[in-house]
Design a protein around this ligand. Structure first.
Ligand SMILES: [Zn+2]
Length: 633
C-alpha cells in the first residue's frame, strides 16, 4: 500500500488540492446506491445515490482504474443524465479539466445529503471487458463501479456503501454480496466498503441455475449460471464434478482460501461480451452460450473459470504493490508485475484445469504446445522485451489485433505461463524432485487463511520467497527472461519437463477445437497467416506473421482472401491447406488472390514446408516433469 501512495509527481497539483479540500466533506455514514435493472433489455441501468456530505467544496469521482482490467477503463462516456440535488434544488457542477473522471461542486450551507440520479448507458456492441455488452433481454450483468460516484479524499476501504438492486419480475440473481431483505422486487444488501462493493458484481436473469460445488458447509462455494435459454444451462454431472475437483485441487495447491464464501458468476451467452474478471469472493465470467453443450467449446473454454478462481489468491489477496491502489482514481495503476499477476495465474489455471480432470494430460500438452508456438512466433520480441508488454499493458489491452506478433500485446499471460513452467521445472530439477511451485504457492499465498485483506508484494519479495523454497539466483533467472530481446520464446520449461515443441502436418484436437470455436483458419506456423471464418468476415486475413512467406509476398491483415491457386476460398477453406500441402512437391509459389478495399491483387507465396501445427513430443530418457505437474493431489 505504501508504495501506491508514493507517486505525487503523477497527479496534477490542482487535483491534490481538491482531494485535500473534499476530504473534509467525507462523513462517516454509509452512501446508499440503488440500481434499477428493469430497463436492461434496452441496455439502460438506472442509478440513484444518497451521499452524506458537509457544506463546502466537494469532488466526486466516477471510478476510472478498474481492478483486474489494469487500465483507466471506467466507462465514463456511458454515464448520462447525472443530476445532483440538494434540498430539492439541482446543484451545478464542473468537470476537472485534467482529470475527466472527477467533477467539482460546492455543497451549500445546511445541506447534509446529496441526492444523485443518473443512467448508465450499458454498451450495445463491441468493446472489451466491462465496456462490452452486459445485458440481453434475459440477462443483466452489473458491475457496481459503473453505477456509482464517490467522494474523493478517502480510501475505498474506508467508504461505506449500502447497495440495493431492483430486478425485472421473476428474475434470479447471484452475487458475493450478502442479502438483508427482498421485498417489492427490491433486494437490499448488507453494507460493505466501496472496495468490496466494486469487488462484488451481480449477475441476474430469467434463466438461472445455482450449484453447490464446495467441499464442505463451512466455506460455501457455488457455481451460478445465467443464460439466454434454459437449454444453455445444461451442465453435465461430469462437468460439475470437474468444478468440485477444481475447488479441492486449489485448496491443495495453495493450502488456504481467501474468502468467506465464493461464487462463480457465469454468463453463458453469445450476445454479451466474453471475458473473465476476477474478484476476491467471486468471478464475473462470461463465455459462449454452448460452453457446456458443445465438446469443442467445453475444451477451449475449460480454463476460464480455473484462471479467474486462481486470481482470488494471485491478484486479489496477493497483489503487486503498483496495482494495490488506495482508490479507483487518485493514483494510476502500474502493471510491471502482470507477468506474475496474469502469467502465474495462467500457469496455475491451466495446471488446475488438468489436475481437476476437466481436460486430459494429452489435452494439457496440446494447449501448452499452442501457447509455446504462439510465443515462439513473436518477432516483435526483437524490439520489445516481455517486460514492456507489462509496462504498457493499460494501452495494449485495447490495441488492434493486426500485427499482434510484431506489436506484441498482452504476451505476459502466455509467455508468463512459459516462464513459470520454466521456474517450476527448475525448482524440481534443483531439488531432485522434492520442491516445486506447489511449495511456492503455500509459502506465498498460504498465510491468513480466510482473510481477504490485500497483501501487496514486490519483485524482491517474490524472489526472496523463491529463494526460501530453493536457493538459486532467481533474480537473474527472471530478469533475463523479462528484459531480453533474444530470438525465440523461453521454452526451457518444456525441454526440462521432458518434451520438445515440434510441428505436425495434422492439427491436434485442441488446435482443431480452437479454430472451430474462434471461427478462424490458423496457418501462422506455415505460410504465416490467419483467416477469419466467421459469417460476416469470412475470408478476411486477421493477421500475418512478420517476415513469414506470406509477409514477404506482400500480404497484410485486413485484406480479403478471394482465391488460392485459382480456386475460390469462400466455398471451402480447404483450398488453402490443400495448396500448402501441394506446394511441398513443387517449386511453384502458392498464388493468393486478395481484395484490398476496391482493388484485387495477386501474391506469390514462396513456401514449400507443408502444413505445420504445434505439438509436444516426448524426449526419450528425460524425466517427465509435465506429468508430475498436472497430477491430481
Ligand atoms: Zn486474469
Amino acid at each position: 500500500m505504501a508504495h501506491a501512495y508514493v507517486q505525487p509527481r503523477l497527479i496534477a497539483p490542482l487535483l491534490l488540492a481538491f482531494i485535500a479540500l473534499s476530504a473534509a466533506a467525507q462523513a462517516g455514514e454509509a452512501i446508499s446506491v440503488d440500481v434499477d435493472l428493469r430497463d436492461s433489455a434496452r441496455q439502460l441501468f438506472h442509478g440513484h445515490e444518497v451521499i452524506p456530505v458537509k457544506p463546502g467544496a466537494l469532488t466526486l469521482y466516477y471510478p476510472k482504474w478498474v481492478p483486474g482490467e489494469h487500465s483507466p477503463s471506467g466507462p465514463l462516456e456511458n454515464l448520462a443524465g447525472l443530476k445532483i440535488m440538494a434540498s430539492g434544488k439541482q446543484l451545478p457542477w464542473r468537470r476537472d479539466l485534467r482529470e475527466m473522471w472527477a467533477i467539482h461542486l460546492d455543497v451549500p450551507q445546511g445541506v447534509s445529503n446529496l441526492d444523485l440520479s443518473f443512467d448508465f448507458l450499458s454498451p450495445d456492441s463491441g468493446g472489451e471487458f466491462g465496456q462490452s455488452v452486459s445485458a440481453t433481454p434475459d440477462i443483466a450483468d452489473l458491475e457496481w463501479n459503473q453505477v456509482l460516484l464517490y467522494p474523493a479524499g478517502a480510501a475505498s476501504k474506508d467508504l461505506s456503501f449500502q447497495p440495493s438492486v431492483r430486478l425485472p419480475a421473476d428474475w434470479h440473481f447471484a452475487t458475493a454480496l450478502e442479502t438483508v431483505s427482498t421485498s417489492g422486487g427490491v433486494t437490499h444488501f448488507k453494507p460493505v466498503t466501496l472496495e468490496n462493493l466494486v469487488d462484488s458484481p451481480l449477475i441476474a436473469g430469467a434463466h438461472f441455475r445455482r450449484l453447490d460445488i464446495g467441499p464442505d458447509d463451512k466455506v460455501p462455494v457455488h457455481l451460478n449460471l445465467v443464460a439466454d435459454t434454459d437449454e444453455d444451462l445444461d451442465i453435465s454431472p461430469a462437468q460439475v464434478q470437474g468444478m468440485k475437483n477444481l475447488v479441492k485441487q486449489a485448496y491443495a495447491l495453495f493450502g488456504s482460501h481467501h474468502y468467506g464464501h465464493y461464487d462463480f458468476l457465469l454468463t453463458l451467452s453469445d450476445n454479451t461480451g466474453h471475458f473473465g474478471l476476477e474478484h476476491h469472493q467471486s468471478s464475473d465470467d462470461r463465455s459462449f452460450a454452448d460452453l457446456y453443450i458443445m465438446p469443442e467449446t467445453s475444451l477451449v473454454g475449460s480454463h476460464l473459470l480455473p484462471h479467474e478462481y486462481v486470481h482470488s489468491w494471485n491478484g486479489k489477496f496477493r497483489r503487486p504493490a503498483g496495482l494495490a491502489t488506495p482508490d479507483f482514481n487518485s493514483v494510476p495503476m502500474e502493471g510491471d508485475l502482470l507477468w506474475v499477476y496474469e502469467g502465474l495465474t495462467e500457469y496455475f489455471g491451466n495446471v488446475l484445469t488438468a489436475r481437476s480432470g476437466s481436460i486430459s494430460a494429452d489435452q494439457y500438452r496440446q494447449l501448452l504446445a499452442i501457447d509455446a508456438a504462439t510465443m515462439d512466433h513473436r518477432p516483435g520480441r526483437s524490439w520489445r522485451p516481455l517486460q514492456d508488454t507489462n509496462d504498457e499493458a493499460q494501452i495494449l489491452y485495447y490495441a488492434p489485433r493486426q500485427w499482434a506478433n510484431w506489436r506484441r500485446v498482452q504476451d505476459f499471460y502466455t509467455e508468463g505461463e512459459l516462464i513459470w513452467l520454466d521456474v517450476d521445472t527448475k525448482l524440481r530439477e534443483l531439488s531432485g524432485g522434492k520442491k516445486s511451485m506447489d511449495d511456492f504457492a503455500h509459502a506465498f499465498y498460504g498465510m491468513d487463511d480466510g482473510s481477504y485483506v490485500v497483501h501487496p508484494y514486490t519483485f524482491e519479495e517474490l524472489v526472496a520467497t523463491l529463494n526460501r523454497v530453493q536457493p538459486f539466483d532467481w533474480a537473474a533467472f527472471l530478469r533475463e527472461r523479462l528484459d531480453s530481446t533474444r530470438e525465440g520464446a523461453p521454452l526451457d520449461g518444456i525441454t526440462r519437463g521432458g518434451y520438445q515443441l515440434s510441428y505436425s502436418e495434422t492439427p491436434s484436437e485442441y488446435f482443431k477445437a480452437t479454430e472451430k470455436v474462434r471461427k478462424n483458419q490458423n496457418c501462422m506456423f506455415s505460410v504465416g497467416l490467419q483467416v477469419d471464418m466467421s459469417e460476416h468476415r469470412r475470408g478476411e486475413i486477421q493477421d500475418v506473421l512478420w517476415e513469414s512467406p506470406a509477409f514477404k509476398a506482400g500480404v497484410g491483415p485486413g485484406m480479403k482472401l478471394v482465391a488460392v491457386n485459382g480456386r475460390a476460398y469462400d466455398a471451402d477453406k480447404q483450398v488453402l491447406t490443400d495448396a500448402i500441402t501441394e506446394a511441398k512437391t513443387t517449386k511453384s509459389p502458392i498464388k493468393l488472390l486478395v481484395r484490398e478495399q476496391d482493388t484485387f491483387m495477386t501474391f506469390d507465396v514462396d513456401y514449400h514446408g507443408g502444413l505445420k501445427y504445434p505439438v509436444l513430443t516426448r524426449s526419450a530418457g528425460k524425466t517427465d516433469y509435465l506429468d508430475a505437474i498436472i497430477a491430481a493431489h
